[in-house]
Write a protein that binds this ligand. Structure first.
Ligand SMILES: C[S@@+](CC[C@H](N)C(=O)[O-])C[C@H]1O[C@@H](n2cnc3c(N)ncnc32)[C@H](O)[C@@H]1O
Length: 361
């Protein structure tokens, strides 16, 4: 198996919103993309068991995306915990009583950064947020709080991925969020790394109009077409990132964009891409075993139609994307968004694989 079968989202409390010395609501969902069902979660503070909490709440919203696993219908959890200074260890308890480390909530680190997080939260409160209908276009849900609260951890994770790859974020002068949607992550960069010149582009006029009207103080965003070119000068960017964008583009269009990225990137610049890997193939094609074999044999599979829309999905193996990115060196790879085999508390692109390439022509 080449993927992490544990799929999850901790909806509350997000890292930067944890309240110390009081009760917090821990809620979200988790399921195993395999035969064993997850029955409950054990939570430990240091080595002391604080409680065992059932994973059994209805989540039809998640089940709609995962038709192949019946247990997803009841994959929700929700419980309250009083938080003091201790780190929390989350442990998965399967129905057969076997156990596995889920993740660690680094409370000590949140305490150290309390003032910083308060400032970020205060500044975020003044920035406009899109309406639910617009959020649905990029996130597949209508939850304004989930969208807003994903901004800071989403960009913190991008920093973690880049740092792990040896990229010095302080040295980045200019970046492009390709397929920026409603500017979710650009807002996070604006708050966390204001020294960077922030650019975004998207081909959906509804999203781009909103960004231009509401986020012009945070980033400079322009509309592009389905295929290149971009309107930028040569050698402009130190970093281009694509969060869940190539996942919705056909191979031909992806190939055209890779050539265009070479033009607008500085030599030695970086591309961070998120892609659907094997777990998405096994879910999306669960009734089409031929497609699964095709992916395992060739490293690529696609479904649906309408290039660029959420109704089209493409899937890549690591060997396939390396082959496509001629002229780039793969400098780090985070399968399912995990860093060094450890799950992050809040992923940037759910269970997608994350790749960082350096442009070395
Ligand atoms: C799943 S959404 C992700 C949005 C954003 N990256 C985020 O994480 O919030 C994919 C985005 O890619 C955009 N997109 C798809 N094809 C594109 C293309 N050829 N050029 C620019 N944007 C594109 C869509 O309009 C959409 O906003």
């Amino acid at each position: 198996m080449h993927y992490d079968p544990i799929v999850y989202l901790l909806e509350t409390p997000k890292y930067h919103l944890l309240k110390i010395g009081t009760v917090n609501l821990f809620s979200g969902w988790v399921f195993n993309f395999g035969k064993q069902k997850i029955g409950s979660l054990n939570i430990y503070a240091n080595d002391k068991l604080l409680g065992n909490f059932a994973v059994n709440l209805p989540r039809e919203d998640i089940a709609a995306y995962i038709p192949s696993i019946p247990a997803v219908k009841t994959c929700g959890f929700s419980f309250e915990l009083e938080i003091d200074n201790d780190n929390l260890t989350f442990e998965i308890v399967f129905d057969d009583q076997s156990k596995e480390l889920f993740f660690i909530f680094d409370v000590a680190n949140v305490i150290n950064q309390q003032n910083y997080f308060n400032n970020l939260n205060n500044n975020l409160a003044f920035i406009p947020q899109p309406k639910p209908e617009l959020i649905y276009l990029t996130q597949g849900h209508y939850d304004v709080d989930e969208y807003k609260n994903s901004i800071i951890p989403g960009v913190m994770n991008l920093h973690n991925y880049l740092q792990h790859a040896g990229v010095d974020v302080q040295q980045i002068q200019s970046l492009l969020d390709f397929g920026c949607g409603s500017g979710r992550l650009l807002v996070g960069w604006h708050l966390l790394a204001p020294h960077i010149e922030l650019n975004g582009c998207d081909f959906n006029p509804k999203l781009l109009d909103w960004v231009q009207q509401n986020l012009s103080n945070q980033a400079h965003c322009v509309k592009n077409n389905l295929t290149p070119p971009l309107s930028y000068a040569d050698n402009k960017f130190d970093l281009i990132y694509l969060i869940s964008v190539f996942t919705h583009l056909s191979l031909e269009v992806q190939q055209e964009w890779i050539q265009e990225f070479k033009r607008v990137l500085k030599v030695g610049g970086y591309v961070l891409i998120t892609l659907h890997g094997e777990i998405y193939v096994r879910n999306g094609f669960w009734q089409e075993p031929d497609k699964i074999h095709q992916f395992l044999n060739t490293g690529f599979a696609e479904s649906g139609s309408n290039d660029g829309s959420n109704y089209y999905a493409s899937h890549h193996s690591i060997d396939f994307i390396k082959q496509m990115m001629q002229g780039f060196e793969l400098i780090d790879y985070f399968p399912n968004g995990n860093i060094a085999h450890k799950r992050t508390l809040f992923q940037t692109a759910q269970s997608q694989d994350i790749y960082i390439f350096r442009y070395e022509p």
